[in-house]
Design a protein around this ligand. Structure first.
Ligand code: BG6
Ligand code: MG
Length: 227
């Protein structure tokens, strides 16, 4: 038994852009008198650009101090810092295990999808030279809800023509794990402190096809026993 598709988050799973997001937000936040640290940044993982800004303003006690136009300008400034940092991205920044997993999935006939809420996802995939490895990338620009809403994972399943119950989703953020579970996919979590992942691995180096395949079969056997 194999899953019909494996659907990946991008930031923190394919490449470590989470840190670059943090550096850019820290810069913009400091310009408006708000100090954020790596620990607070955990709350921004998987959260859209505008929702991230809202969280930062609430954290800094400045939620009501900016007009919609000023917020749009702050978000644009953060994105400019982030896009500048992305210029350094090369295929060397693909996290361990990812390239070989994508190749193995293709060989096994398991479809691959991307479910990133980042509007920069197409640029990042091109910089990593991975764009051709995905059968379908959900378009973040068409989303109405950020993770933990399941919308992006459902869009990826629909684009691939697969049922969510037959797919694995891979995430490094709690919001992403919650989104995967909300659409009844099977959740694989990368990193510490993730609640609700059916399989949790410390890092992407552990993310091999043989491990995912064994895990999938084990889950299916357990589900059959419960019927
Ligand atoms: C997610 C990141 O993948 O994309 C978030 O985990 C980020 O931190 C979000 O805010 C939106 O990214 P972008 O590139 O559209 O600002
Ligand atoms: Mg992520």
């Amino acid at each position: 038994m194999k899953p019909d598709a494996v659907i990946f988050d991008l930031d923190g799973v394919i490449t470590d852009t989470a840190h670059l997001h943090f550096i850019a937000w820290r810069q913009v936040a400091s310009e408006i008198g708000i100090t954020i640290d790596e620990s607070f940044n955990q709350q921004l993982k998987g959260i859209s650009r505008m929702d991230s800004l809202e969280r930062i303003l609430v954290y800094g006690g400045k939620r009501t101090q900016f007009s919609a136009a000023e917020k749009a300008a702050l978000a644009a400034r953060k994105n400019a810092c982030y896009v500048e940092a992305l210029r350094t991205l090369t295929p060397h920044a693909v996290l361990p295990g990812i390239t070989s997993l994508l190749a193995a999935l293709r060989q096994e006939g398991v479809a691959t999808g991307l479910a990133s809420v980042s509007l920069n996802a197409p640029t990042i995939l091109r910089a990593l030279k991975l764009a051709s490895q995905f059968d379908f990338c959900a378009d973040a620009a068409r989303l109405t809800h950020s993770k933990p809403d399941p919308e992006i994972f459902l869009a990826a399943c629909s684009g691939l023509g697969v049922a969510p119950e037959c797919c694995i989703g891979i995430e490094d953020a709690q919001a992403g794990i919650d989104a995967i579970n909300a659409c009844k996919m099977t959740a694989v979590g990368i990193g510490a402190g993730l609640q609700g992942a059916q399989l949790r691995l410390d890092d992407t180096a552990q993310l091999t096809w043989s491990r995912l395949h064994a895990f999938w079969n084990q889950q299916r056997r357990a589900a059959t026993r419960c019927q």
